[in-house]
Design a protein around this ligand. Sequence first.
Ligand SMILES: N[C@@H](CCC[C@H](N)C(=O)O)C(=O)O
Length: 279
Amino acid sequence: MTDAASPQGLPFMKMHGLGNDFVVIDQRGRENRVSAGLARALGDRHRGVGFDQLAVIEEDDEADIRLTFYNSDGSIAGACGNATRCVSAHVMRETGAERLTLRTERGLLLAEDAGDGLTRVNMGAPQLDWTEVPLARAMDTLELPLPGAPVAVGMGNPHCVFFVEDAEAVNVAAEGKRFEHDPLFPERTNVEFAALVAPDHLRMRVWERGAGITLACGSGTCATAVAAARRGLTGRRVLVDVDGGRLEVDWRDDGVWLTGPTAHVFDGVLTPAFLAGLA
Ligand SMILES: N[C@@H](CCC[C@H](N)C(=O)O)C(=O)O
């Protein structure tokens, strides 16, 4: 049934990376109709579709595609590792390519088919200076003046990584919300709680800026791996067990590579009535 007010519905794809779930809207070849307001309405798990992030695909003059990410609170995120992997897997299936260049707020990234149903993306070099994370004032990012002495890492988005004895014992909802809004982070921050399993293996739980607790966070997994290596707890190639499953991080000279599974669950169409209701 087509509503006369807005004859065009808006197609979308629902995807996830280890349960970190996304709505993906492909705006290539058409006017970009996505806004922060649409993201907030769509992210509502009762009145919309529900997602941790919304990813918008557009054309780019240089890269194969351009990606923009919104959190479910409508805020823009400069990076989204799991959504980048999900969209890359989709576009590589679409084109038969085994690698893909993407432009995000972070710049140009490279994705590859890693085989066995896995997709790998180079998330870029970690941002280790306080100005890049960013933090509110000059300080050593390796040990912040906060309870628990966390590590700050930028991956195109800010991360505050705590190392704890037992990640299961952390009240992620309370501690995550507390530190997301700490004044040390002028753009707020994602908050990770990690425990060492072995010199090449971490357990991590996450509170995401603008989304809350998620089952996985790709950029947060990269930040945690970088923080652990900087602290001398692990090497630069680690397995990270998040609530939704296992990711691999390899911090190489050319950037931080994130590898893991992806899933394309269903496709849908936002009705004209839903879209008209946002006006
Ligand atoms: N789940 C994402 C992170 C999304 C953005 C983050 N909440 C932020 O606001 O920076 C990932 O997989 O990286």
